[in-house]
Design a protein around this ligand. Structure first.
Ligand code: AMP
Ligand code: GLY
Length: 440
């Protein structure tokens, strides 16, 4: 519920909002923001083929921070919402805030929680946050020796941002040594100049999201992703082929442990270091026999996890994002639907390798309803038709009283999409659905 104080303030000040990014995540955020009674006008830099009806499309470069801040001043933008990690790591939030523009998203210093694995591991050690034991290396010989001492399975990670491709779970010493060499040989550019070698943790994987304003963390939903491209979790990893929310493994007690054992100490540590974290903190977790352990942080909403969260969020998103940007989150809470939500990613054939783009997509008209929504990702509008422009192209999203029901609705909609170049996994939600079957 929004506090009265804030309600009154917003009544006087309706908001112009600029949303940065072009993925399915940003379409879902735009969809939710555009339902807010507080919104005056939404601008999107640049948005995608699905966001046209929701906001005005801007076409300048996201790297041009000065142009963005000039635009914000000229158009009296009250809040900038930054979707992807790259502009955050690049300091866009700092540059906008230095011009007095309220911005949802962490500073570059705080975005190191995603941008550097070693940074996060050091913080975990300092704050006693449960995570995998690790070693950090700047040369291959020492990393090789560590692997020889620790044995396998073991996890090798390029330190920096490597588009989700910098992690190898090595089952044998040879694989581990090859993965280390692959990092140091420059295959991930600067991201691989430093390497983290980690203990392999066992347990079920799940994600939990937190809105943060530097001091306060507000739990903001749970989800499970499907990283592998193929059914049965086979084939190469992708940005995510589907997701559902909530994640059954993160029950209320486990969520409380994640908040108290992992996220609150993180915010305290960041604040103490003079780099408070604001924005959304996405905790990738393993739920082990001894409790939750941190795999990694992202400093943004997950894509496609955001799509399922937005389908379930009943509160107005705008005051929540604004409160993160202005340090007022302690006065807020978030209300969620009890329904499950599930999203199926439709990708262009070839993804995650070279994808077949340019094809027309039909059958989309009439798919949106009270329980189903098509979020666009890599699409553009061409002469009134939707065309595929990227790897992950559509997120067919549905709600239901169970994950099974949401899945049935999502695939019923998928089957109406006319797009010969597209494919999707047919088993999104399998883990939760098996649990629903067992639990009756
Ligand atoms: P990351 O890019 O750090 O999220 O890692 C990619 C995936 O590798 C994660 O989603 C996990 O499935 C897996 N993973 C990463 N680190 C570990 C670890 N220490 N133990 C087990 N699995 C891991
Ligand atoms: N779906 C995984 C991510 O957004 O990083």
């Amino acid at each position: 519920m929004v506090s009265m104080k804030l309600d009154n303030r917003f009544k006087r000040q309706a908001l112009n909002i600029l949303l940065i990014g072009s993925g399915g995540r940003e379409h879902a955020l735009a969809w939710k923001i555009s339902q807010s009674p507080l919104l005056t006008k939404l601008y999107m830099l640049p948005g995608n083929g699905g966001t046209y009806p929701l906001g005005e499309r801007l076409v300048f470069e996201i790297e041009d921070h000065e142009q963005i801040s000039d635009f914000c001043k000229a158009q009296a933008i009250d809040l900038v919402v930054i979707g992807p990690e790259a502009p955050l790591v690049d300091g866009l939030a700092d540059d906008l805030r230095s011009q007095g523009i309220a911005t949802f998203g962490p500073s570059a210093a705080a975005a190191r929680l995603e941008g550097s694995k070693h940074f996060t591991k050091k913080l975990c050690s300092k704050m006693d946050i449960p995570t995998a034991a690790y070693g950090h290396f700047t040369n291959p010989a020492n990393a090789h020796a560590y692997v020889q001492r620790q044995g396998t399975p073991i996890v090798i990670k390029a330190d920096g941002l490597a588009a989700g491709k910098g992690v190898t779970i090595a089952q044998t010493p040879d694989e581990a040594l090859a993965a280390i060499d692959n990092c140091f040989n420059g295959n991930f550019g600067d991201a691989g100049a430093e390497v983290v070698v980690e203990e392999f943790m066992t347990g079920e994987e799940a994600s939990m999201f937190f809105l943060c304003d530097g001091t306060t963390a507000l739990p903001f939903g749970t989800a499970q992703d499907h990283k592998a491209v193929g059914d049965g979790d086979t084939g190469p990893n992708t940005g995510g082929m589907g997701a559902y929310s909530p994640a059954p493994v993160l029950d209320a007690a486990m969520q409380q442990r994640v908040l108290q054992e992992i996220v609150e100490p993180t915010l305290r540590g960041m604040e103490a270091a003079g780099t408070p974290f604001s924005g959304v903190l996405y905790a990738g977790l393993i739920i082990s026999d001894s409790g939750p352990k941190l795999i990694e942080y992202n400093v943004r909403f997950g894509d496609p996890e955001c799509q399922v969260l937005m389908m379930r969020l009943e509160s107005d998103l705008v005051p929540l994002l604004h409160a993160c940007a202005t340090g007022d989150l302690a006065n807020h809470s978030a209300e969620w639907s009890n329904d499950a939500a599930l999203t199926v990613v439709m990708a262009a054939k070839g993804y995650p390798g070279k994808a077949t783009t340019g094809g027309f997509i039909g059958g989309l008209a009439g798919l949106n309803s009270a329980d189903t929504h098509v979020f666009h990702a890599g699409t553009a509008m061409q002469e009134g038709m939707t065309i595929a422009t990227g790897g992950r192209v559509l997120n067919i999203t549905a709600t239901g009283s169970s994950v099974s029901e949401a899945q049935a609705r999502a695939y019923a909609a998928v089957d109406k999409v006319e797009w010969p170049d597209g494919f999707c996994r047919r088993d999104i939600g399998w883990r939760a659905i098996e649990r629903e079957k067992t639990d009756g």
